[in-house]
Design a protein around this ligand. Structure first.
Ligand SMILES: C[S@@+](CC[C@H](N)C(=O)[O-])C[C@H]1O[C@@H](n2cnc3c(N)ncnc32)[C@H](O)[C@@H]1O
Length: 224
């Protein structure tokens, strides 16, 4: 059983505005995902914690045909994804946890964006990553975006994040958000992320993107 972080009410309805505001370069990252995965052999994508469908939308606009399965435990997030993506026959959206999804079917690639930092480093992160590995073909790529760093790195990158935020935000709101990242979210160091991925059956991940505290990683399911 995976732990979940349920997004509801304003957190769900205001989600897209939230990421736009607080994650500099988030759209740049999303827009490049189909390019990044274009050499994937089996274009059968598993989008874990798909939320409102931000990353799925990019794959529906990509050249080349992707079959996409998005899964998310938050009813209000998946509802928004359903409304937004209802016209796409190649998109299958599931409300639930990855462990509810048949492990018999194997996907050719996966994404895990902005999910891992909600799970504690007490086995929860590994459990989710293992559940992903079990549903991928050997060698399949996994792209992650996550708050990453050791305490000192996070402290310094939060100062950078503050500088990069849009003008006109409420100071109290900024303070609260930065406090939450530093003290309440379960970020881990780059070294620890690598260990957790290896334990779950992936290759050591490569950091290919960074925007302040947010790091983009690519790895692949280990070929035994
Ligand atoms: C910050 S949102 C990210 C949504 C989307 N990936 C994006 O980048 O816009 C985090 C999502 O993770 C989902 N989530 C929480 N716990 C989860 C778990 N154990 N497995 C998969 N998704 C989970 C939440 O429901 C929420 O929709």
């Amino acid at each position: 059983m995976n732990k979940t972080e349920i997004f509801e009410k304003e957190r769900a309805s205001g989600y897209n505005q939230f990421v736009e505001t607080w994650i500099p370069n988030y759209h740049y990252f999303l827009d490049r995902l189909p390019k990044l995965l274009r050499e994937t052999e089996h274009k059968d994508l598993l989008v874990v914690g798909c939320g409102t469908g931000n990353e799925i939308e990019r794959f529906t606009q990509a050249s080349g045909h992707w079959e996409i399965t998005g899964i998310d435990p938050s009813p209000e997030m998946i509802k928004q994804a359903r409304e937004r993506l209802q016209n796409f026959k190649n998109v299958n959206l599931i409300e639930g946890l990855l462990t509810d999804l048949d492990a018999g079917k194997k996907y050719g690639a996966a994404t895990l964006l902005l999910v891992l930092h909600f799970l504690a480093d007490n086995g929860e992160k590994q459990n989710l990553l293992k559940a992903i590995a079990e549903r991928l073909v050997p060698g399949a790529p996994l792209v992650m975006l996550d708050i990453t760093g050791d305490k000192d790195q996070i402290k310094q990158n939060l100062k950078i994040l503050r500088l990069l935020l849009p003008d006109g935000l409420d100071e109290e709101q900024i303070k609260n958000r930065l406090f939450r990242i530093e003290n309440e979210l379960h970020y881990i160091s780059e070294k620890r992320l690598s260990e957790v991925c290896i334990e779950a059956g992936f290759e050591p991940p490569l950091r290919f993107f960074q925007s302040a505290v947010y790091m983009g990683w690519i790895t692949s399911k280990r070929v035994k």
